[in-house]
Ligand binder design. Structure first.
Ligand code: ZN
Length: 204
């Protein structure tokens, strides 16, 4: 039997992360988002992925906002080296978003460590650096909307336009489960009434 486990975005709306285990043997991750905007976010973001990065076979991403994709470089830093399936628009956006996230994080940590040094406290490390971001970007597998992509374990994936930001997608999966085939649809974030840039994403 296949199972879906909620690893993030539980009792909050950020840190989107879901583990799909296909017939108990193939592990796929939907989203890998940064926790944002609460008291416990630093601890939640710094928490180790454990063995997950080394047993995962694929990552599927709905769109490039950091609360859905912002921890991908940390997943790679901790050992993930498989494909990251996303749309072409999302891949293009990740080039900007993740590099920017690493840059901002480095600046924040630099400032924090100056204060910590004066207070006699040990320095802290960023969640990831630009090297991790570049490795992450190299793992991205961009796909057009509407194309069927094979997944480990015999399932399939199709991206449908979600109209949220450039490249955003609703994820449609077929998942083998105990001799049957289940359909799983993950909406991601939907809609955005005024985005001129998004329209460019329709040109494939
Ligand atoms: Zn979003």
């Amino acid at each position: 039997m296949s199972t879906l486990t909620f690893l993030g975005a539980v009792k909050e709306v950020t840190g989107s992360r879901y583990l799909l285990e296909v017939d108990g043997s193939h592990k796929l991750l939907l989203e890998c988002g940064l926790h944002q905007g609460g008291n416990d976010v630093d601890e939640a973001n710094a928490h180790s992925f454990g063995e997950l990065p080394r047993v995962l076979e694929a990552v599927v991403l709905s769109h490039g906002h950091l609360d859905h994709a912002g921890l991908l470089p940390k997943l790679v830093r901790e050992g993930y080296s498989g494909p990251i399936h996303c749309t072409r628009g999302t891949r293009d956006l990740l080039f900007i978003m993740l590099r920017d996230a690493a840059f901002v994080m480095a600046k924040d940590i630099e400032w924090e460590n100056k204060w910590r040094h004066k207070a006699g406290k040990p320095a802290i490390e960023p969640l990831y650096g630009l090297d991790d971001v570049e490795q992450t970007l190299a793992l991205c597998r961009p796909h057009p909307y509407g194309q069927t992509i094979d997944l480990p374990g015999g399932g399939t994936l199709v991206f449908h336009d979600a109209g949220h930001i450039l490249g955003s997608a609703i994820i449609e999966l077929t998942v083998p489960s105990g001799g049957q085939t289940k359909r799983l649809v993950f909406s991601g974030d939907l809609g955005n009434p005024s985005s001129v840039l998004m329209k460019l994403g329709f040109i494939e």
